[in-house]
Write a protein that binds this ligand. Structure first.
Ligand code: FES
Ligand SMILES: [Fe+2]
Length: 455
């Protein structure tokens, strides 16, 4: 670890019991270094979707934290994740966003690796290494664990991290609301939008885990435009909710889930078309598939089309809008957003295209909702350049003490949607990972925290 931080001080930065947080968690370069080691070096991180690398030799370039990673389909159909770093002088060996190849050849001195990562060829090997080259030992470094969950591929460096499904815990139930709607599963539609924003990755991850509250105010103008005129033909075309009253007034219930760093929130709507962001074809598709999905997942998840979610640390998604994204960290003050459009594989082609348009319009780099969100995070990051601001503890008390375990089959620790249970849980998890060297201690700390929450 970095050695510059006394881990005992980290505990004081996140006072989840009282709902206080120190803003230095978003700005401190030493904390960031420790995050790369203990959060990104130890958690299950989303790599890509199986549909993006269907055939042997197909690869997709991504990151685990700041480490460049090649995800590649093997000849036997299995998947490997390789550190995209030549063993000779650290050059990247694969540059394309994705593609199909038989080898990864380093552009610096030409060492060539197979798709399994093994070093196959060294130019002028006999003359350059008269003492003998250890090719069998000089393959690309492989990510220790790669697992898929219903089409999503995850990687983890740490052998001691709990298995993927145990790590996911109850967020899997919420994620199934996107991944498991229909028998054919899902696929990624189109390419990946990538852009940078000048803020810490945790603002984005936290908001998707925990913050429906901002939508009332930050997205007020968009909500008014899309939802205000129930009988207006244009609103119908857009699939606007058939009411002029906001969803938080009309929904029969609403919840936030937050546990082990993960979080989710949604309203219990009455109709399968109550998502104001989606356009006509997408809303129609949700209506048409409603009965089938209800049969598979139950009414709550079949109706849950406006949910926000984060699987700790950096995978977030929105139901209905079909955006799935990763917040790649780029130093304490910058994030690279990668936004994928995800949809049911069995949806007709024109519906898939409509999903892509809808996701891009609302949550692409110039999306009308994305703009509202990132504007907030970027401005906060600027405010936190101030010394006083950085040392002024922030209030995270919403719904404090109101956590409960529901009795209607919806899993996990929950609260009313306008609360900060998931945010407190996310930062507590973050702090526990930074503080504890052993996973068993991280889990023990989580159990103790949760026991206090729902006595
Ligand atoms: S750095 Fe890759 S061959 Fe030299
Ligand atoms: Fe938002």
């Amino acid at each position: 670890m970095s050695g510059k931080i006394d881990v005992r001080e980290i505990d004081a930065l996140v006072d989840a019991q009282n709902g206080r947080i120190s803003p230095s968690i978003y700005t401190d370069p030493d904390l960031y270094e420790l995050e790369l080691e203990r959060v990104f070096g130890r958690t299950w991180l989303f790599l890509c979707h199986e549909s993006q690398i269907p055939k042997a030799g197909d690869f997709f370039n991504t990151y685990m934290g700041e480490d460049p990673i090649i995800v590649v389909r093997q000849k036997d159909g299995s998947i490997k994740a390789l550190l995209n770093q030549c063993r000779h002088r650290s050059m990247r060996v694969s540059f394309a966003d994705c593609g199909n190849t038989r080898a990864f050849t380093c552009p610096y001195h030409g060492w060539s690796y197979g798709t399994d990562g093994s070093l196959k060829d060294i130019p002028l090997e006999d003359r350059a290494f008269p003492h003998g080259a250890c090719k069998e030992k000089w393959g690309l470094v492989e990510v220790n664990r790669v697992k898929t969950y219903k089409g999503l591929i995850f990687g983890c460096w740490d052998e001691t991290t709990p298995d993927l499904e145990e790590y996911m815990g109850d967020i899997a139930w919420y994620l199934d609301g996107v991944l498991d709607r229909r028998p054919g599963g899902t696929q990624i539609i189109g390419g990946v939008h990538k852009w940078e924003i000048e803020c810490n990755w945790k603002f984005a991850a936290e908001q998707f885990a925990s913050d429906q509250y901002h939508a009332l105010f930050s997205h007020a103008s968009a909500v008014q435009v899309l939802g205000a005129k129930p009988d207006d033909e244009a609103s119908k075309q857009l699939g606007a909710a058939q009411t002029s009253r906001p969803v938080w007034e009309t929904a029969k219930d609403a919840l936030q889930y937050g546990q082990r760093g993960h979080g989710s929130g949604f309203f219990f709507t009455e109709k399968p078309d109550a998502n104001v962001w989606v356009d006509g074809e997408v809303a129609n598709y949700f209506r048409e598939t409603y009965e089938e999905v209800k049969e598979r997942l139950g009414e709550v998840r079949a109706l849950r089309l406006a949910g926000h979610n984060t699987m700790f640390p950096t995978l977030s998604w929105l139901n209905g809008t079909a955006t799935l994204r990763v917040w790649h960290p780029r130093g304490p003050n910058k994030t690279e957003v990668w936004a994928f459009c995800i949809a049911d594989a069995e949806a007709p082609q024109e519906v898939k295209e409509a999903f892509e348009r809808s996701a891009t319009r609302a949550f692409g780099p110039a999306g009308f909702l994305e703009q509202d969100d990132s504007e907030n995070w970027v401005e906060i990051q600027k405010v936190l350049r101030g010394y006083k601001a950085r040392n002024n503890r922030l209030i995270m008390e919403m719904g404090l003490g109101n956590e409960k375990v529901r009795e209607d089959g919806i899993p996990g620790i929950t609260n009313y949607i306008f609360s900060e249970t998931a945010a407190r849980g996310m930062y507590r998890r973050w702090a526990d990972l930074l503080i504890h060297e052993k996973w068993e201690d991280v889990e023990k700390a989580a159990e103790a925290y949760e026991k206090e929450l729902v006595k």
